[in-house]
Design a protein around this ligand. Structure first.
Ligand code: G
Ligand code: G
Ligand code: MN
Ligand code: NA
Length: 253
């Protein structure tokens, strides 16, 4: 399989880049954080979506060196922004293969030290489905990440058919409402009720809540009315290269 073959060489050929999607604090409209998202610039095929190559990387084990590179690149970028006077919350997506590794936490700590990143500035995103299907491994990773002072976000929340009981037992700092629930907000009464419920639930459990897939002004107004903590989506900004971030952090909404 060609893509799989090319993937093996892509790190060495420096074909991966990270883009960063800003997210705002809803109450003041300020950009206070970014999510790092990996892209593959294939020399012949152009840009390939992570939806296409992350699953292949997971199957082949290539996700391990790739994830190490992603983490290092993101932490290093955090330091550069810090030198420029910006202290952003940096969200990094985790793969299950990564957290299964025994040395995972040691690696995180070593990289935080190397780039002088305060652990609380990093927010690791773990999807609800990874949590459901790998509960023991995930719970241990979540606990250890929080023990060293990092934050943990439950990603794609609402898509995993997990019971509310899970949410209570998972010591996460943040819940990210999956964008599938946002699509028809505020026109669809059911989705509206679901999003309101997740926002209130997060509040009761002392978690921050971030809505994903915010594509319109109406969606953002709705989130404001509901006192949702954070928002991310194309209406705020698409994922952008790192050099575009400083300008975006200066504008207020
Ligand atoms: O950015 P985008 O739409 O193209 O991302 C598609 C999917 O790929 C999302 O589910 C996202 O979580 C995942 N993804 C993007 N970047 C990373 C990454 O750095 N690590 C992992 N494990 N998944 C990522
Ligand atoms: O699963 P995860 O939340 O990590 O996915 C991030 C993905 O969501 C990225 O591929 C990003 O490009 C995409 N994304 C971010 N904002 C929006 C949005 O407002 N609408 C849609 N359709 N996709 C978005
Ligand atoms: Mn994510
Ligand atoms: Na998500």
């Amino acid at each position: 399989f060609r893509l799989e073959h090319d993937l093996q060489a892509a790190l060495e050929k420096e074909e991966f880049v990270l883009e960063y999607q800003p997210r705002i604090t809803v109450a003041d409209g300020k950009v206070t954080g970014v999510e790092a998202l990996v892209r593959w610039e294939h020399p012949e095929r152009g840009r390939i979506s992570p939806l296409e190559f992350i699953p292949i990387a997971e199957e082949t084990g290539y996700i391990l060196p790739l994830s190490s590179w992603i983490m290092e690149e993101a932490f290093s970028q955090w330091s550069k922004w810090k030198e420029d006077g910006m202290e952003l919350q940096m969200a990094v997506n985790l793969s299950v293969r990564q957290i299964e590794e025994e040395q995972f936490i040691d690696r995180v700590e070593a990289l935080l030290g190397k780039y002088q990143v305060p652990p609380a500035s990093i927010e690791f995103e773990i999807t609800e489905s990874v949590l459901m299907y790998h509960l023991e491994t995930s719970l241990q990773a979540v606990r250890e990440l929080r023990r060293i002072g990092c934050r943990v976000a439950l990603d794609d929340f609402g898509t995993g058919y997990s019971s509310l009981n899970y949410l209570k037992t998972i010591p996460a700092d943040v819940v990210k409402i999956d964008r599938s629930f946002m699509k028809e907000i505020p026109d669809n009464a059911q989705d509206t009720a679901i999003v309101e419920t997740i926002i209130r639930l997060a509040s009761v459990l002392n978690m921050d809540v971030i809505a994903e897939g915010v594509e319109t002004d109406r969606m953002l107004s709705f989130l404001k009315e509901q006192h949702c903590f954070g928002a991310q989506g194309y209406y705020i900004s698409r994922p952008v290269p790192p050099q575009d971030i400083p300008e975006l952090t200066q504008s207020t909404g």
